[in-house]
Design a protein around this ligand. Structure first.
Ligand code: UGA
Ligand code: MN
Length: 264
């Protein structure tokens, strides 16, 4: 079963670093993955195209700029929702190109354990008894859910699972949501996506996941807990620190040196 990993990304100084890290994580699970990279930009960024080519992954590289006038991004508490146009563009690409499989939204700056995507054998060199972890996301029937580390002041966001059933949600911010789940904490089967062809992510900061899951028509009882009944953290909501605006030095001083190439 193919996992369609939809990644919203946008050009900025940290983009290449974040995408190198993510691509080299995904490379460990390459046979099972198809990477749908959607840039929030007027055109494809060449370093991203090159990185995708080098990765050897199956991928598609799309752009999804939100035309500010045609579609003003509704604000919520002064926050603009991020990556929504990209994810919706990715969803329609998957609906029209995939026949089966699973969709997962992987933001470019999070940290992913490859066991979320693929089976990992214990190292033969290891003397510890490390449990074999079977592929998580590929088990998704309708909507699967799992914990996300390093998110909100509680440090983890997770469904509460009792006897194999999701009974509640442990999350630092409920905000009246029916599904207080982080973007990185769920996956959806392609079959369900196609059964709900109009389900999209709303342009509403903080409510993107909840709005999308509601449109998929699932109930709490339908949610399938993964990662050993949500007892393991396999993804972390890490954030890349922004660098100060990059100043360009007087390149004349560096003519004939490597520095000119670095600044290119
Ligand atoms: C949190 C959630 O984890 C996101 O899933 C959610 O989209 C976001 O808040 C939001 O609603 O604002 P956070 O780490 O705060 O994420 O945000 P970013 O990592 O900066 O952005 C989320 C994704 O959107 C990233 O993959 C980023 O590359 C992308 N993005 C960000 C864009 O495509 N365009 C932008 O202008 C900014
Ligand atoms: Mn992030």
């Amino acid at each position: 079963r193919t996992v369609y990993v939809i990644t919203a990304t946008y050009p900025r100084p940290e983009q290449e670093a974040d995408l190198v890290r993510l691509s080299q994580t995904l490379m460990h699970a390459a046979p099972f993955l198809f990477w749908v990279v959607v840039e929030d930009a007027p055109q494809r960024t060449p370093v991203v195209t090159e990185l995708l080519e080098r990765s050897g992954l199956r991928y598609v590289h799309l752009v999804a700029e939100v035309p500010e006038l045609a579609l003003p991004r509704p604000r919520f508490w002064g926050r603009v929702p991020r990556g929504v146009a990209s994810r919706n563009t990715g969803l329609s690409w998957v609906r029209s190109h995939a026949t089966a499989g699973v969709v997962y939204f992987a933001d470019d700056d999070n940290s992913y354990d490859i066991r979320i995507f693929t089976e990992v054998a214990p190292s033969p060199q290891s003397s510890l008894s490390i449990p074999w972890c079977s592929p998580q996301i590929q088990k998704t029937r309708g909507v699967s859910v799992f914990p996300v580390g390093l998110v909100t002041e509680l440090g983890v966001s997770s469904p509460v699972v009792v006897g194999g059933q999701v009974t509640d949600f442990y999350d630092g911010w409920h905000g009246g949501r029916r599904f207080p789940i982080d973007m990185a904490g769920f996956a959806v089967s392609v079959t369900l996506l196609k059964q709900r062809p109009n389900a999209t992510m709303p342009y509403r900061a903080g409510y993107e996941e909840d709005g999308f899951l509601k449109e998929l028509g699932v109930t709490r009882e339908d949610l399938q807990p993964l990662a050993d009944e949500c007892s393991q953290i396999l993804v972390w909501h890490t954030r890349t620190e922004k660098v100060a605006p990059i100043r360009s030095a007087d390149l004349n001083k560096f003519q004939g040196s490597n520095i000119v190439a670095l600044m290119d």
